[in-house]
Design a protein around this ligand. Sequence first.
Ligand SMILES: [Zn+2]
Ligand SMILES: [Zn+2]
Length: 294
Amino acid sequence: MMKIIFLGTSASKPTSERNPSSIALQYNNGEFILFDCGEGTQRQMIKKVSPMKISKIFITHLHADHIIGLVGLIQSMKLNGRTQLLHIFIPKDTIEYMNQLFSIPYFSADFDILITEVFDEKIEFDSYWIRPFPVSHGVPAIGYVFGVNDSRGKFNKKLCDELGIKGEMFAILEKNREIEINGRRISIEEVTGKIKKGKKIVYTGDTEKLDSFPEEAYNCDILIHESTFISQEDKKETYHSTVKEACEVAKLLSAKKLILTHISQRYETSEVAEESKKYCENAIVAEDFMEIKI
Ligand SMILES: [Zn+2]
Ligand SMILES: [Zn+2]
Protein backbone atom coordinates (compact mmCIF):
# COMPACT_ATOMS: atom_id res chain seq x y z
CA MET A 1 0.00 0.00 0.00
CA MET A 2 1.11 3.54 -0.72
CA LYS A 3 -0.05 6.82 0.71
CA ILE A 4 -0.06 10.21 -1.01
CA ILE A 5 0.12 13.13 1.42
CA PHE A 6 -0.56 16.61 0.08
CA LEU A 7 1.76 18.97 1.94
CA GLY A 8 1.16 22.07 -0.15
CA THR A 9 -1.62 22.77 -2.63
CA SER A 10 -1.57 26.51 -3.34
CA ALA A 11 -0.49 28.31 -6.48
CA SER A 12 2.46 30.69 -6.17
CA LYS A 13 2.16 31.77 -2.54
CA PRO A 14 0.93 30.55 0.81
CA THR A 15 -2.57 31.34 2.05
CA SER A 16 -4.05 30.76 5.50
CA GLU A 17 -5.37 27.41 4.21
CA ARG A 18 -2.74 26.30 1.74
CA ASN A 19 1.04 26.01 1.56
CA PRO A 20 3.02 26.16 -1.72
CA SER A 21 3.50 22.96 -3.69
CA SER A 22 4.73 19.69 -2.25
CA ILE A 23 3.46 16.13 -2.29
CA ALA A 24 4.89 13.23 -0.27
CA LEU A 25 4.48 9.63 -1.30
CA GLN A 26 4.94 7.01 1.38
CA TYR A 27 6.06 3.82 -0.24
CA ASN A 28 5.32 0.31 1.12
CA ASN A 29 8.38 -0.03 3.29
CA GLY A 30 8.13 3.40 4.91
CA GLU A 31 10.39 5.16 2.42
CA PHE A 32 9.22 8.67 1.50
CA ILE A 33 9.48 10.22 -1.94
CA LEU A 34 8.86 13.93 -2.33
CA PHE A 35 7.50 15.76 -5.36
CA ASP A 36 8.41 19.47 -5.25
CA CYS A 37 9.37 21.30 -2.09
CA GLY A 38 7.86 24.76 -1.79
CA GLU A 39 8.50 27.18 1.06
CA GLY A 40 7.49 25.80 4.45
CA THR A 41 7.32 22.18 3.29
CA GLN A 42 9.29 20.88 6.28
CA ARG A 43 6.82 22.43 8.71
CA GLN A 44 3.97 20.78 6.84
CA MET A 45 5.79 17.46 7.29
CA ILE A 46 5.71 17.51 11.08
CA LYS A 47 4.11 14.34 12.48
CA LYS A 48 3.40 13.12 8.93
CA VAL A 49 6.65 12.68 7.04
CA SER A 50 10.05 11.84 8.49
CA PRO A 51 12.69 13.92 6.66
CA MET A 52 15.23 11.19 7.47
CA LYS A 53 13.21 8.65 5.47
CA ILE A 54 13.06 10.77 2.32
CA SER A 55 15.17 8.98 -0.27
CA LYS A 56 14.37 10.97 -3.40
CA ILE A 57 12.98 14.36 -4.31
CA PHE A 58 11.52 14.90 -7.77
CA ILE A 59 11.38 18.57 -8.74
CA THR A 60 9.08 19.59 -11.60
CA HIS A 61 10.62 23.02 -12.25
CA LEU A 62 12.61 25.69 -10.50
CA HIS A 63 9.98 28.36 -9.82
CA ALA A 64 10.38 29.48 -6.22
CA ASP A 65 7.02 28.06 -5.07
CA HIS A 66 8.31 24.57 -5.91
CA ILE A 67 11.89 24.64 -4.58
CA ILE A 68 12.41 27.24 -1.85
CA GLY A 69 11.78 24.67 0.88
CA LEU A 70 14.76 22.54 -0.15
CA VAL A 71 17.41 24.56 1.67
CA GLY A 72 15.65 24.47 5.04
CA LEU A 73 14.76 20.81 4.67
CA ILE A 74 18.36 19.83 3.91
CA GLN A 75 19.63 21.92 6.85
CA SER A 76 17.25 20.06 9.17
CA MET A 77 18.36 16.71 7.77
CA LYS A 78 21.95 17.71 8.58
CA LEU A 79 21.04 18.83 12.12
CA ASN A 80 19.31 15.48 12.64
CA GLY A 81 22.53 13.68 11.72
CA ARG A 82 21.49 12.26 8.38
CA THR A 83 24.12 10.09 6.68
CA GLN A 84 22.00 8.51 3.94
CA LEU A 85 22.37 9.83 0.40
CA LEU A 86 19.64 12.15 -0.86
CA HIS A 87 18.87 11.94 -4.57
CA ILE A 88 17.29 15.02 -6.17
CA PHE A 89 15.94 14.96 -9.73
CA ILE A 90 15.53 18.21 -11.66
CA PRO A 91 14.60 19.15 -15.25
CA LYS A 92 17.29 19.19 -17.90
CA ASP A 93 19.26 22.47 -18.20
CA THR A 94 18.60 23.66 -14.64
CA ILE A 95 21.63 22.39 -12.71
CA GLU A 96 23.27 25.85 -12.65
CA TYR A 97 20.22 27.41 -10.99
CA MET A 98 20.12 24.55 -8.52
CA ASN A 99 23.75 25.14 -7.59
CA GLN A 100 22.96 28.83 -7.10
CA LEU A 101 20.12 27.93 -4.73
CA PHE A 102 22.58 25.90 -2.64
CA SER A 103 25.26 28.62 -2.65
CA ILE A 104 23.76 30.74 0.13
CA PRO A 105 26.11 31.61 3.04
CA TYR A 106 27.15 28.83 5.44
CA PHE A 107 24.95 26.24 3.74
CA SER A 108 26.30 22.73 3.67
CA ALA A 109 25.22 19.16 4.18
CA ASP A 110 27.32 16.46 5.85
CA PHE A 111 25.71 13.76 3.74
CA ASP A 112 25.89 13.16 0.00
CA ILE A 113 23.38 14.88 -2.26
CA LEU A 114 23.20 13.58 -5.79
CA ILE A 115 21.47 15.85 -8.29
CA THR A 116 20.41 14.36 -11.62
CA GLU A 117 18.94 16.23 -14.58
CA VAL A 118 16.16 14.31 -16.33
CA PHE A 119 13.95 14.88 -19.36
CA ASP A 120 12.01 11.95 -20.80
CA GLU A 121 13.91 8.79 -19.93
CA LYS A 122 12.29 6.06 -17.83
CA ILE A 123 14.33 5.34 -14.70
CA GLU A 124 13.94 1.99 -12.96
CA PHE A 125 14.44 1.57 -9.23
CA ASP A 126 14.06 -1.64 -7.19
CA SER A 127 10.32 -2.13 -7.38
CA TYR A 128 9.16 1.12 -8.89
CA TRP A 129 10.04 3.40 -11.77
CA ILE A 130 9.68 7.00 -12.77
CA ARG A 131 9.04 8.43 -16.21
CA PRO A 132 9.61 12.18 -16.51
CA PHE A 133 7.92 13.98 -19.40
CA PRO A 134 8.30 17.54 -20.70
CA VAL A 135 5.40 19.92 -19.99
CA SER A 136 4.66 23.48 -21.18
CA HIS A 137 5.32 26.11 -18.51
CA GLY A 138 7.58 28.70 -20.16
CA VAL A 139 10.68 27.44 -18.29
CA PRO A 140 12.32 23.98 -18.28
CA ALA A 141 9.59 21.92 -16.62
CA ILE A 142 8.61 18.27 -16.41
CA GLY A 143 5.86 16.12 -15.03
CA TYR A 144 6.39 12.61 -13.66
CA VAL A 145 4.68 9.25 -14.00
CA PHE A 146 5.45 7.19 -10.89
CA GLY A 147 4.85 3.49 -11.42
CA VAL A 148 5.01 0.43 -9.22
CA ASN A 149 5.79 -2.88 -10.91
CA ASP A 150 3.43 -5.85 -10.72
CA SER A 151 4.35 -8.07 -7.81
CA ARG A 152 3.64 -11.66 -6.88
CA GLY A 153 3.98 -13.87 -3.83
CA LYS A 154 6.81 -16.38 -3.29
CA PHE A 155 6.78 -19.74 -5.07
CA ASN A 156 4.87 -22.39 -3.13
CA LYS A 157 7.72 -24.90 -2.80
CA LYS A 158 5.61 -27.89 -1.86
CA LEU A 159 3.26 -27.35 -4.80
CA CYS A 160 6.19 -26.80 -7.18
CA ASP A 161 7.74 -30.13 -6.05
CA GLU A 162 4.45 -31.93 -6.61
CA LEU A 163 4.07 -30.47 -10.09
CA GLY A 164 7.70 -31.22 -10.99
CA ILE A 165 8.85 -27.62 -11.34
CA LYS A 166 12.59 -27.46 -10.71
CA GLY A 167 15.88 -25.86 -11.77
CA GLU A 168 15.71 -23.72 -14.87
CA MET A 169 11.95 -24.15 -15.07
CA PHE A 170 11.53 -21.34 -12.52
CA ALA A 171 13.28 -18.86 -14.82
CA ILE A 172 11.15 -20.01 -17.79
CA LEU A 173 8.01 -19.67 -15.70
CA GLU A 174 9.03 -16.15 -14.63
CA LYS A 175 9.70 -15.14 -18.24
CA ASN A 176 6.74 -16.75 -20.02
CA ARG A 177 4.28 -16.57 -17.10
CA GLU A 178 3.44 -20.25 -17.81
CA ILE A 179 5.13 -23.57 -18.47
CA GLU A 180 4.09 -26.94 -19.85
CA ILE A 181 5.05 -30.06 -17.89
CA ASN A 182 3.94 -33.53 -19.01
CA GLY A 183 1.29 -31.98 -21.22
CA ARG A 184 -0.14 -29.82 -18.42
CA ARG A 185 -0.02 -26.04 -18.72
CA ILE A 186 0.82 -24.38 -15.41
CA SER A 187 0.49 -20.61 -14.95
CA ILE A 188 2.77 -18.72 -12.58
CA GLU A 189 -0.27 -17.62 -10.55
CA GLU A 190 -1.05 -21.27 -9.76
CA VAL A 191 2.18 -21.61 -7.81
CA THR A 192 2.71 -18.06 -6.46
CA GLY A 193 -0.79 -16.81 -5.75
CA LYS A 194 -2.45 -13.92 -7.53
CA ILE A 195 -0.27 -11.29 -9.20
CA LYS A 196 -0.72 -7.87 -7.59
CA LYS A 197 -1.19 -5.29 -10.33
CA GLY A 198 1.16 -2.33 -10.21
CA LYS A 199 -0.07 1.23 -9.78
CA LYS A 200 0.55 4.44 -11.68
CA ILE A 201 0.39 8.03 -10.48
CA VAL A 202 0.82 10.99 -12.82
CA TYR A 203 1.85 14.40 -11.45
CA THR A 204 1.95 17.24 -13.98
CA GLY A 205 3.55 20.01 -11.93
CA ASP A 206 2.75 23.44 -13.46
CA THR A 207 1.72 23.35 -17.10
CA GLU A 208 -0.61 24.50 -19.81
CA LYS A 209 -2.95 21.80 -21.01
CA LEU A 210 -0.98 19.14 -22.90
CA ASP A 211 -2.36 17.23 -25.85
CA SER A 212 0.05 14.33 -25.71
CA PHE A 213 1.59 12.27 -22.94
CA PRO A 214 3.99 9.33 -22.81
CA GLU A 215 2.21 5.99 -23.08
CA GLU A 216 3.07 5.22 -19.44
CA ALA A 217 0.70 8.01 -18.35
CA TYR A 218 -2.40 6.41 -19.85
CA ASN A 219 -4.79 4.41 -17.65
CA CYS A 220 -3.19 5.81 -14.52
CA ASP A 221 -4.76 5.17 -11.13
CA ILE A 222 -4.39 8.79 -10.07
CA LEU A 223 -3.79 11.95 -12.07
CA ILE A 224 -2.64 14.90 -9.98
CA HIS A 225 -3.12 17.87 -12.30
CA GLU A 226 -2.52 21.52 -11.64
CA SER A 227 -5.68 23.63 -11.98
CA THR A 228 -4.60 27.11 -11.08
CA PHE A 229 -7.62 28.83 -12.63
CA ILE A 230 -11.34 28.36 -13.10
CA SER A 231 -11.90 30.73 -16.01
CA GLN A 232 -9.95 31.44 -19.17
CA GLU A 233 -10.34 35.17 -18.35
CA ASP A 234 -8.37 34.69 -15.12
CA LYS A 235 -5.86 32.42 -16.82
CA LYS A 236 -5.06 34.85 -19.65
CA GLU A 237 -1.78 33.91 -21.37
CA THR A 238 -0.19 32.20 -18.36
CA TYR A 239 1.36 28.76 -18.70
CA HIS A 240 -1.19 27.15 -16.41
CA SER A 241 -4.36 25.08 -16.71
CA THR A 242 -8.01 25.61 -15.87
CA VAL A 243 -10.16 23.10 -13.97
CA LYS A 244 -11.94 22.24 -17.24
CA GLU A 245 -8.64 21.55 -18.99
CA ALA A 246 -7.44 19.31 -16.15
CA CYS A 247 -10.70 17.35 -16.46
CA GLU A 248 -10.17 16.98 -20.20
CA VAL A 249 -6.70 15.58 -19.58
CA ALA A 250 -8.13 13.10 -17.06
CA LYS A 251 -10.48 11.86 -19.81
CA LEU A 252 -7.68 11.72 -22.37
CA LEU A 253 -5.58 9.58 -20.04
CA SER A 254 -8.55 7.49 -18.80
CA ALA A 255 -7.39 8.32 -15.28
CA LYS A 256 -9.34 6.46 -12.57
CA LYS A 257 -9.19 9.44 -10.25
CA LEU A 258 -8.34 13.12 -10.76
CA ILE A 259 -6.93 15.29 -8.01
CA LEU A 260 -6.78 19.01 -8.64
CA THR A 261 -4.02 21.01 -6.98
CA HIS A 262 -2.04 24.29 -7.28
CA ILE A 263 -5.18 26.29 -6.55
CA SER A 264 -5.11 30.07 -6.96
CA GLN A 265 -5.75 32.07 -3.79
CA ARG A 266 -8.59 33.87 -5.55
CA TYR A 267 -10.89 30.83 -5.30
CA GLU A 268 -12.69 29.02 -2.51
CA THR A 269 -12.24 25.24 -2.57
CA SER A 270 -15.99 24.83 -3.03
CA GLU A 271 -15.91 26.92 -6.23
CA VAL A 272 -13.18 24.74 -7.71
CA ALA A 273 -15.06 21.57 -6.71
CA GLU A 274 -18.29 22.86 -8.23
CA GLU A 275 -16.52 23.69 -11.48
CA SER A 276 -14.90 20.24 -11.64
CA LYS A 277 -18.24 18.45 -11.18
CA LYS A 278 -19.40 19.96 -14.49
CA TYR A 279 -16.79 17.98 -16.38
CA CYS A 280 -15.56 15.11 -14.26
CA GLU A 281 -17.34 12.94 -11.69
CA ASN A 282 -14.23 11.43 -10.13
CA ALA A 283 -12.39 14.69 -9.40
CA ILE A 284 -11.28 15.78 -5.93
CA VAL A 285 -9.84 19.16 -4.97
CA ALA A 286 -6.66 18.66 -2.94
CA GLU A 287 -6.32 20.29 0.44
CA ASP A 288 -3.24 20.54 2.63
CA PHE A 289 -2.74 17.35 4.72
CA MET A 290 -5.19 15.38 2.61
CA GLU A 291 -4.13 11.73 2.41
CA ILE A 292 -5.03 9.25 -0.32
CA LYS A 293 -4.31 5.55 0.04
CA ILE A 294 -3.55 3.66 -3.11
ZN1 LIG B 1 3.73 26.85 -9.15
ZN1 LIG C 1 5.61 27.44 -12.00
